[in-house]
Design a protein around this ligand. Structure first.
Ligand code: NDP
Length: 448
């Protein structure tokens, strides 16, 4: 473990004490603290007025009951969360996750990371995150709709285009956003398009929002590869997951001339040495809402591996795009042994701290999620802009903005790492650049 600066260690200890039993939140805060030592050494004023303590404490945390009726007429109860972390830069902004593993610690880690990520985009958005321990798998459309309506029946009073603007995340895509928006509109009697992002195009959505996180992560990695005179052309890539982020990461890698050899879902992974057929993955995941195992049944040369790690598949570029802590130290050692040259996190915190250290020690280019996957939220902010001006941009216009934003984030992280004496360390660069923007805004607004 990296040693924490002596001014910051008591702050981290207090976060751990106050938020007992929330290991993912501790992990996310620790990682930022590891980077901030260099900032407080250079600019001690950032440690004044309990600024760092305030950054680690969410402004508001909402936990609520979600009762709903399933197709058998049984009443089900889930728990809902919204952590409104920091609004110094703008309204809280961050996705909603529906997954059985969701708890307050996971939402807090995601909300904390979101503050720095949103700051890195340079756009006027604060940080927040929400979700529920609801498991959408195997649920009918009617059940999903009733659940989303019940979720919004409590949450709507905490939202607003100037207050808090959720979007999708694991288990929440266009269908769920539609049901939530419908309920918000009904409860408030307002057509407030800018209150949710990730909407379908015909009621205020943005072109390229669906593609944005995956495309953005790939733009980031492309830029990072270019710092060593490399590119995606002819390179083998492994992308974990087969959801929204993974699918559009694969699409952009293919466009850049790379070859995808493996992808996965939570039950297993498929390897296709001829290159993953993305149309088939989309058909299975987006149309049928099926399992990735079906891919191997339909492509003779592909194989499905039910147990084991997707990171055993040799590749040049690895893009973990499923969930937190899915890539361990052991996986990182295997990837390094197999000659990986770049790792770009499409998911939030998918690499464990050990894995990050192994990549960095081996000189592998490593892009942390809070920088690499910021394209989704950046395009959400573009969706808010279009809603505010009652406008709708073309796909090309939106994607061009996204590409410019991602290259800007890359360059900001690289320049900050260099300025703070750690060239090529994108983790440090992202943490410091994001922190400084949030801290400056908080400082300007006084002790609130
Ligand atoms: P989706 O629900 O569309 O897809 C998630 C994928 O990851 C699925 O293939 C799912 O498999 C797999 N997965 C989920 N949980 C686990 C688990 N516990 N173990 C193994 N595999 C798992 O979500 P997204 O693609 O939207 O999100 C993926 C990651 O990207 C998350 O970390 C999210 O926070 C992050 N992210 C998403 C953004 C977005 O715009 N959507 C923006 C920025 C970050 P299965 O179907 O079997 O559950």
């Amino acid at each position: 473990m990296v040693k924490i600066d002596e001014k910051l260690e008591p702050i981290l200890n207090e976060v751990i004490r106050r938020n007992a039993g929330e290991p993912e939140f501790h992990q996310a805060v620790r990682e930022v603290m590891e980077s901030l030592g260099r900032v407080v050494a250079k600019h001690p004023r950032y440690a004044d007025n309990a600024l760092i303590e305030r950054i680690c404490e969410p402004e508001r945390q909402i936990i609520f009951r979600i009762p709903w009726v399933d197709d058998q007429g049984q009443v089900q109860i889930n728990r809902g969360f919204r952590v409104q972390f920091n609004s110094a830069l703008g309204p809280y902004k961050g996705g909603i996750r529906f997954h059985p593993s969701v708890n307050v610690g996971i939402i807090k880690f995601l909300g904390f990371e979101q503050c720095f990520k949103n700051a890195l985009t340079g756009m006027p958005i604060g940080g927040g995150k929400g979700g529920s321990d609801f498991n959408p798998r195997g649920r009918s459309d009617g059940e999903i709709m009733r659940f989303c309506q019940s979720f919004m029946t409590e949450l709507y009073r905490h939202l607003g285009e100037y207050t808090d603007v959720p979007a999708g995340d694991i288990g929440v895509g266009g269908r769920e956003i539609g049901y939530m928006f419908g309920q918000y509109k009904r409860l408030t009697n307002r057509y407030e398009a800018g209150v949710l992002t990730g909407k379908a195009l015909f009621y205020g959505g943005s072109r390229a929002r669906k593609e944005a996180t995956g495309y953005g992560a790939t733009y980031f990695v492309e830029r990072m590869l270019a710092t060593r005179g490399l590119n995606f052309e002819g390179r083998k890539a492994v992308v974990s997951g087969s959801g929204n982020v993974a699918i559009y990461t694969m699409e952009k890698i293919l466009e850049f001339g790379g070859r995808i050899v493996a992808c996965s879902d939570s039950a297993g992974y498929v390897v296709d040495d001829d290159g993953i057929d993305l149309d088939l993955v989309k058909e299975i995941k987006e149309v049928r809402r099926g399992r990735i195992a079906e891919y191997a049944r339909e492509r003779k040369q592909a194989r499905y591996v039910e147990k084991g790690s997707i990171w055993d598949v040799p590749c040049d570029v690895a893009m973990p795009s499923a969930t937190q802590n899915e890539l361990t130290g052991k996986d990182a050692e295997t990837l390094v042994k197999n000659g990986v040259i770049a790792v770009g996190e499409g998911a939030n915190m998918p690499s464990t701290p050990d894995a990050v250290r192994i990549f960095q020690d081996a000189g592998v280019l490593f892009a942390p999620g809070k920088a690499a996957n910021a394209g989704g939220v950046a395009t959400s902010a573009l969706e808010m802009q279009q809603n505010a001006s009652r406008d709708s941009w073309t796909f090309e216009q939106t994607e061009t903005r996204l590409a410019t934003i991602m290259r800007g984030i890359h360059d900001r992280c690289a320049a900050t790492a260099e300025e703070f004496g750690a060239p090529g360390d994108y983790v440090l660069g992202a943490n410091i650049a994001g922190f400084v923007r949030v801290a400056e805004a908080m400082d300007a607004l006084g002790v609130i």
